[in-house]
Design a protein around this ligand. Sequence first.
Ligand code: NAD
Ligand code: ZN
Length: 239
Amino acid sequence: MASLQQLVDRAKRIVFFGGAGVSTASGIPDFRGAEGLFRQKYGELTPEMMLSASFFYLHPDKFFEFYRAHMLHPEAKPNAAHRKLYELERAKKLRGIVTQNIDGLHRAAGNRLVYEIHGSVHENVCMDCGREYDLIWMLETTGVPRCEQCGGIVKPNVVLYGEAPDKYTCMGACREISNCDLLIVAGTSLAVEPAASFLDYFHGRDLVTINLEEIPADDRATLRIRGDVAEVMGELEVR
Ligand code: NAD
Ligand code: ZN
């Protein structure tokens, strides 16, 4: 069976489709992995409830308390996987990163061809006047963040449960997936729609899965790698 290195060497258009497992080596916990946030309970509420659009509108104070405590990791730095993907993009082998992560670490590593289908903690928008704020501004606020211009609530541009992701970002992501010859699905349980269905757009030659555990997409994979994304990607040579 061909190795990941061989598949990368012969590929002309690689797309990397990742999730929370790509950033665990940067110190950001995932949701559904062994140490994930979904293993924990917050009183009667699950993280899925607290990160839902209805919870945001009903209890913005509690939402922001949870959001600041668990979703913001300003100290996190790109790891070996992010850095290798930057090298692959510079070498024009990588045509896109489709990520469910909201941490912005792919952009921090230097990648430009990034489809953040669940948005980013770096973007925050006033719900009343549309003024935009960055992560540093958000970190300096307390309680429910209010717009400096109009007093409206400033909402993070992250897709909450019950919200639809941005149509154009999803269209771009699906276009890249349908045009690639090698798709690497890494560090994602692919449990969340519409991301899970993005795989249906892939008609290329090789599908590789990299995950610590089995995932449904393994059934379709040319190569299944049980391992740490940062280690596996870090070992690749870009040539
Ligand atoms: P998930 O938590 O559902 O699944 C993570 C998957 O990654 C699991 O299958 C786990 O086995 C695997 N994994 C964990 N660490 C790994 C490692 N080091 N190497 C290889 N595999 C590893 O995450 P998901 O599928 O991305 O799903 C869902 C939602 O979680 C997304 O909507 C995303 O916005 C949100 N989320 C994002 C972040 C982030 O931005 N870093 C962190 C937590 C959750
Ligand atoms: Zn405003």
